[in-house]
Design a protein around this ligand. Structure first.
Ligand SMILES: Cc1ncc(C[n+]2csc(CCOP(=O)(O)OP(=O)(O)O)c2C)c(N)n1
Ligand code: SF4
Ligand SMILES: [Mg+2]
Length: 351
C-alpha cells in the first residue's frame, strides 16, 4: 500500500455527476504498481464507472485479498469502506459483510492467484450462493507480487520470463463462473476502456453475483513472447461478442451506437443494457450457449470478451435466505431477542 495521498484540490470547473461529485472524489492514493501495469487501468475504469453511475462513495464497500491486484482498492474510492483480507479470503469476508449490511454496494477485487489458486473454493461458493456483488479478477496469469510464478490461469504451454514451460492446464474463470451459476459473467481487457467501463457499470447495477474476468498484463513477468496474457497476444486474439453501454434508469442517455442487431436487457433495478452484437445470433441470456461459445472460440485460440451472460431477473443470497429488508446490523434488541416465550415455542416445534 502507499502512503502518498493525492492533493485534495479540485479544479473548480471539473465536471460533476448527478450527485455533484467530481471524478477526483472517486480516486484513491497514488499507485505504487509498476508503470504500465494493467491493474492501474482497471482502477481507472472502476473510478470512471462509479463516477458515471453517480454512486455515493460512502455506500460502496471494496474488499480484496493479497497480491498486486488486491492492493489496487487503495488506489480508488478512498471515501468508501475497505477491507484487505488474507490471501484468497475476500469472498467469505465479502459474503459476511453483505449478510450483515445489505444496503452497501459490494465490490470484490482479486487476482488470478488469489481466486484461482488459494481462494478457488471461496470464489466458487460466493458465486454459487449468488452473493450480490461485483467480483473482478485482475487476471495476469502470474503471481505478480511474489515475482512471477505461474498461476492456475496460465495456459498450458506458455513460458515464464525465465523460459520455463507451464505443463498444467489453465483454469478459465469466466467459464467456471458460468458453470457455477453466476447471473452476470463478462470478460474484458484492461487496455480496452471503452468495453471495460460499461461492463463494470452493468455489473454494479446487477442484483446477484456479477463476475468480470479482466485480462491484465503484468509488464514485469508476463508480457513476453509466448505469454497468452501479454498486451500483444490479447490485442491480436481478442474477439468481442458485443458492444454495450449501460443506461441507468435515473439517467437516460442517448448514445451513438454502431449499426447492428441490438438486444435491450432490462436489469432487475430497471437499468438497461443495450447490446450491439458483433456475431449474429449471440444471445447473452443463454447460459448453455455462452459456455459452448467460450469453449469453441478457446479451441480456435481466441479470447472472447464482452458480456457473455446475464440473467436480468436474478435473485441474490438474501432472497434465498429470506432475510428481512432492513440490514441485519441495524436491527434492534426487540427484533434480535425474541424472548423466552418465543424460544419455548420454537423448542416445542422441534420436539
Ligand atoms: C496464505 C498466503 N500464502 C501465500 C502468500 C504469498 N502470496 C502473496 S501474493 C501471492 C499471489 C498473488 O497472485 P495474484 O493473486 O495473481 O495477484 P497479482 O500479484 O498477480 O496481481 C502469493 C502466493 C500469502 N501472502 N499468503
Ligand atoms: S509485478 Fe506485475 S502485477 Fe505486480 S505491479 Fe508490477 S506489473 Fe503489475
Ligand atoms: Mg496474478
Amino acid at each position: 500500500m502507499t502512503y502518498i495521498a493525492k492533493p485534495k484540490l479540485h479544479h473548480p470547473q471539473l465536471p460533476a455527476n448527478d450527485l455533484g461529485y467530481k471524478r477526483r472524489d472517486y480516486e484513491g492514493s497514488v499507485s505504487t504498481l509498476c508503470a504500465g501495469c494493467g491493474h492501474d487501468s482497471i482502477s481507472a475504469a472502476v473510478i470512471q464507472a462509479c463516477y458515471e453511475l453517480a454512486l455515493p462513495p460512502h455506500r460502496i464497500a471494496k474488499l480484496s485479498g493479497i497480491g498486486c491486484s488486491s492492493k489496487t482498492p487503495d488506489y480508488f474510492l478512498s471515501a468508501s469502506h475497505g477491507f484487505n483480507t488474507v490471501h484468497g479470503r475476500m469472498p467469505s469476508a465479502l459474503t459476511g459483510a453483505n449478510l450483515a449490511n445489505r444496503d452497501l454496494i459490494y465490490l470484490g477485487v482479486s487476482g488470478d492467484g488469489d481466486s484461482a489458486s488459494i481462494g478457488f473454493g471461496q470464489f466458487a461458493h460466493s458465486i454459487r450462493r449468488g452473493v450480490n456483488m461485483t467480483y473482478i479478477v485482475e487476471n495476469n496469469g502470474v503471481y505478480g507480487l511474489t515475482k512471477g510464478q505461474f498461476s492456475a490461469t496460465s495456459d498450458r504451454g506458455s513460458k515464464s520470463k525465465k523460459g520455463v514451460v507451464n505443463h498444467d492446464s489453465g483454469i478459465d474463470l469466466a467459464a467456471m463462473a458460468l458453470q457455477l451459476g453466476a447471473t452476470f459473467v463478462a470478460r474484458s481487457f484492461s487496455g480496452d476502456k471503452s468495453q471495460l467501463v460499461p461492463l463494470i457499470k452493468a455489473a454494479l447495477s446487477h442484483k446477484g453475483a456479477a463476475f468480470i474476468d479482466v485480462l491484465s498484463p503484468c509488464v514485469q513477468f508476463n508480457n513476453h513472447t509466448g505469454s497468452t496474457k501479454s498486451y500483444d497476444h490479447v490485442r491480436e486474439h481478442n474477439e468481442a461478442v458485443n458492444r454495450l453501454d449501460v443506461i441507468a434508469a435515473r439517467k437516460p442517455i442517448v448514445a451513438d451506437y454502431e449499426p447492428g442487431v441490438t438486444l435491450a436487457v432490462k436489469q432487475h433495478d430497471g437499468s438497461i443494457l443495450n447490446l450491439h452484437k458483433i456475431h449474429g445470433g449471440y444471445d447473452p441470456s443463454d447460459r448453455a450457449q455462452a459456455m459452448a461459445f467460450l469453449n469453441q472460440r478457446q479451441l480456435a485460440g481466441e479470447i472472447v470478451t464482452g458480456l457473455l451472460f446475464v440473467d436480468p431477473e436474478a435473485e441474490d443470497l438474501h432472497d434465498a435466505l429470506g432475510t428481512v429488508d432492513k440490514p441485519l446490523n441495524a436491527l434492534g434488541d426487540a427484533e434480535l431477542i425474541p424472548g423466552a416465550a418465543a424460544l419455548e415455542k420454537l423448542n416445542a416445534s422441534l420436539r
